[in-house]
Design a protein around this ligand. Structure first.
Ligand code: MF3
Ligand code: CO
Ligand code: CO
Length: 259
């Protein structure tokens, strides 16, 4: 993390985060119909880069700590940070997380979904459903006065009884003009512990849920994180803001941005 102190965003900054978040949601929505058998992960990447530039924004991952592409495409046993590749062709039965982060007017919008390619196994479908539910259960905990541990507890208490595990090595993060900053947002933990949430805090919730062990391993490319047991992993992500009323999802398609 680049800084330890959790900053509260001003109204002006929050408005920029809304615009960036909304555009990131639109990008992910735009890419969704491309996710089909026969398409390469590089084709999805290249369309993301083209669309992002055409909308006056910048891809945040490209060049970030040396990351070589514009989005992350994490297929099957890949937990996160899968690098798009021309030789990686989607096949029916795959699951793929597409994670986009763009910068608009200096502020970041970060969101991802796991898509089904053709018809994956019942277990794969259940993993994806449970993971999406984990994201929304985490979001539902967010309001002023709640603790960061409430988010992880809600996720862990839902995923584990179903036989799945929660990844620990990667967490959600504060985000604003900086891509990854404080606070860290674990997707496991204890209710009533950790940072107290306050209006103006903005961070991601991005649970990675595994079919088998929670343990991950990073490949020699220094980015691709896979499950140690090579079983499936799924992920969903939103960028959210703590508001006086509770929570606002900044990377929702439904979010209205006043002109
Ligand atoms: N979008 C990822 C996240 O949710 C980060 C990708 S960083 C990259 O935090 F360099 F791997 F692209
Ligand atoms: Co993120
Ligand atoms: Co992301």
């Amino acid at each position: 993390m680049e800084q330890e102190v959790v900053t509260l965003l001003s109204r002006r900054e929050l408005d920029k985060m809304r615009r960036a978040g909304r555009l990131a949601a639109e990008l992910l929505h735009h890419l969704e119909p491309m996710v089909q058998p026969g398409v390469s992960t590089l084709e999805i990447n290249d369309e993301a880069e083209r669309w992002t530039q055409a909308h006056g924004a910048k891809s945040a991952p490209l060049g970030y700590h040396g990351y070589p592409k514009s989005i992350c495409t994490s297929v099957n046993e890949v937990v996160c940070h899968g690098i798009p590749n021309a030789k990686q062709i989607l096949r029916t039965g795959d699951i793929i997380n597409v994670d986009v982060t763009l910068i608009l007017d200096g502020y970041h919008g970060d969101t991802s979904k796991t898509f089904l390619v053709g018809q994956p196994s019942p277990t794969a479908q259940r993993l994806v459903e449970v993971t999406e539910k984990c994201l929304y259960l985490g979001i539902a905990e967010v309001k002023p006065g709640a603790r960061i541990g409430d988010i992880g507890a809600a996720i862990q208490n839902y995923a584990e009884p179903q036989g799945f595990s929660v990844v620990r090595d990667f967490v959600g993060h504060g985000i604003s003009h900086i891509f990854h900053t404080a606070p860290q947002v674990p997707h496991y933990g204890k209710r009533g512990t950790g940072l107290k949430l306050r209006p103006g805090m903005v961070f991601t919730i991005e649970p990675m849920i595994n079919e088998g062990t929670h343990e991950v391993k990073v490949l020699k490319d220094k980015w691709t994180a896979i499950t140690r047991d090579r079983k499936l992993s799924a992920q969903f992500e939103h960028t959210i803001a703590v508001t006086e009323e509770g929570v606002e999802i900044l990377t929702s398609l439904e979010a209205t941005v006043l002109a």
